[in-house]
Write a protein that binds this ligand. Structure first.
Ligand SMILES: NC(=O)c1ccc[n+]([C@@H]2O[C@H](COP(=O)([O-])OP(=O)(O)OC[C@H]3O[C@@H](n4cnc5c(N)ncnc54)[C@H](O)[C@@H]3O)[C@@H](O)[C@H]2O)c1
Length: 443
């Protein structure tokens, strides 16, 4: 077979039957994602922004001209085979939630009103202490956090049976929880389970969803910066149970831009004196992030990228001590249409200063929705390909990618993209592409 890899893995299982995608959180991101998939299925729109639907992948040598669509190369679930579900403390169905989120216009929502209205959120595991700005009555009751996790497990089993799903994936699209540091309660499964039974406050609702998913053999992706599945106890559990996990925090807007521009500066050995990012945002996510405890979780996630890309410890003359400031301002009139400003003070030849200004008028949920789709489809594929535990090749989609202990996360978008595509090639028994290309010049 042309391009066949010597260390080929066994072929991934095909994507037969239905795939359930359940999102904790049925807000702006989740409803925009579901509405988009349904609109694509009905031929109303194109899946713009989704690698699984639109990207190609080069295979073999450039002269072979083999560049299939990723979805034709890799056995991914078809959009027609997806069934949606959600949990949310607010009982609004997906149509009502989408109307309130204000992301999509009536011309896009009305034609699929029947579909969206049929998606009703299951009662959530929710505590106001972890997300202070949200109140809702569609909430589970249980004596202990362990009871609540068991109820989530039952929900997953019921959803699967009700919708005749072959497989399920869970993508966290719920609000950002308050900042929690990983501690002893998160260290081992035994300590984690005991802490659930003791209703320990170190166990946040997002961790219960992650635990329930893994126990049910369901891949779990975390779109928010809160710890959730990123704790040793759950990483170990995912490895033991053969479940792919990934996170944290969808990489959209300003951070995505950072991971495009910063590698460019470093590639040319241009210095950085400072990077100031600020934005105005008026959706409910912005309101939640207006709470300092939730903002701290987000801030940690947003601040980490520049240091790991620029490596000031290796390039002190260029990057030591640069100033990095991130602000998020809740400003209701803008709704989901965020406006971000970046001021980048860079340093060139002979120390001369220059500035780059980026004014990004983006739509948060429009950028996040295709990420939800890709993460769900790739995580399902990963499981069928026999992968388990942390899926670092999905770093491409995250602001704070999870890695093996002691490993620096890779933030450079282009390295992340190469890693993603090479992982697909590897899993499908194709050669890695190194871009060496000497063979084209050997006579
Ligand atoms: N849109 C983006 O560009 C982007 C980027 C990165 C991360 N995120 C994250 O994605 C998440 C969703 O963003 P959004 O704009 O849809 O927010 P949103 O406020 O519109 O929706 C979040 C929903 O989660 C629900 N929720 C809160 N706690 C819950 C729980 N314990 N269980 C189930 N549901 C719960 C809320 O009731 C709400 O309906 C946020 O955490 C946000 O920080 C978004």
């Amino acid at each position: 077979m042309p391009g066949s890899s010597s260390d080929a893995v066994s072929a991934p299982r095909p994507a037969t039957g239905k795939l359930g995608i359940i999102t904790p959180g049925l807000g702006a991101v989740a409803t925009t994602f579901m509405a988009g998939v349904e609109s694509v299925r009905r031929g109303h729109t194109k899946p713009i922004g989704s690698l699984t639907q639109m990207a190609t992948i080069r295979l073999g040598k450039r002269t072979e001209n083999r560049s299939p669509l990723i979805k034709d190369f890799v056995p991914l679930a078809a959009l027609d085979d997806i069934v949606f579900g959600a949990w949310d403390p607010i009982a609004d169905d997906a149509y009502t939630a989408a109307k309130k989120a204000g992301v999509l216009e009536d011309r896009d929502l009305e034609p699929i009103k029947d579909f969206l209205s049929s998606i009703k959120p299951m009662p959530a595991v929710f505590e106001n202490k972890y997300v202070t700005r949200i109140n809702g009555a569609n909430v589970k009751k249980g004596k202990t956090k362990r009871d609540l996790a068991e109820q989530l497990r039952q929900d997953i089993r019921d959803f699967k049976a009700r919708n005749k799903c072959d497989r399920v994936v869970i993508v966290w699209c719920a609000s950002t929880e308050i900042f929690i540091k990983p501690g002893p309660k998160h260290a081992t499964l035994e300590q984690f389970e005991r802490a659930m039974e003791n209703n320990d406050e170190e166990i946040a609702p997002s961790m219960l969803y992650a635990y329930a998913a893994i126990m049910e053999g369901v891949p779990f992706c975390n779109g928010a910066p809160n710890l959730s599945v990123d704790i040793p106890a759950l990483v170990q559990l995912a490895n033991d149970r053969g479940v792919p996990i990934s996170g944290k925090d969808f990489k959209t807007g300003q951070t995505w831009m950072k991971t495009v521009i910063a590698p460019g500066l470093k590639a040319r050995m241009l210095g950085l004196a400072g990077w100031y990012s600020t934005n105005i945002l008026g959706n409910r996510d912005g309101e939640v992030l207006d709470d300092p405890a939730s903002f701290k979780t987000k801030e940690e996630s947003k601040l980490s990228v520049l240091h790991t890309i620029l490596q000031p410890e290796i390039y002190p003359e260029l990057y030591k001590g640069f100033s990095h400031v991130v602000r998020i301002n809740y400003y209701p009139p803008r709704g989901d249409n965020k406006e971000g400003w970046d001021n980048i003070d860079i340093v060139g030849w002979m120390g001369y200063p220059m500035q780059i200004k980026v004014n990004f008028l983006c739509r948060d949920s429009i950028l996040a929705a295709p990420i939800v789709l890709d993460l769900a489809l790739f995580s399902d594929f990963a499981q069928r390909a026999g992968l388990k535990g942390i899926q670092e090749w999905l770093s491409f989609y995250y602001k704070s990618p999870m890695t093996a202990p002691g490993l620096q996360p890779e933030h450079d978008l282009f390295i992340q993209q190469t890693k993603l595509k090479n992982t697909l090639r590897h899993l499908m028994g194709e050669e890695q592409i190194t871009h060496l290309g000497l063979e084209y010049y050997q006579s």
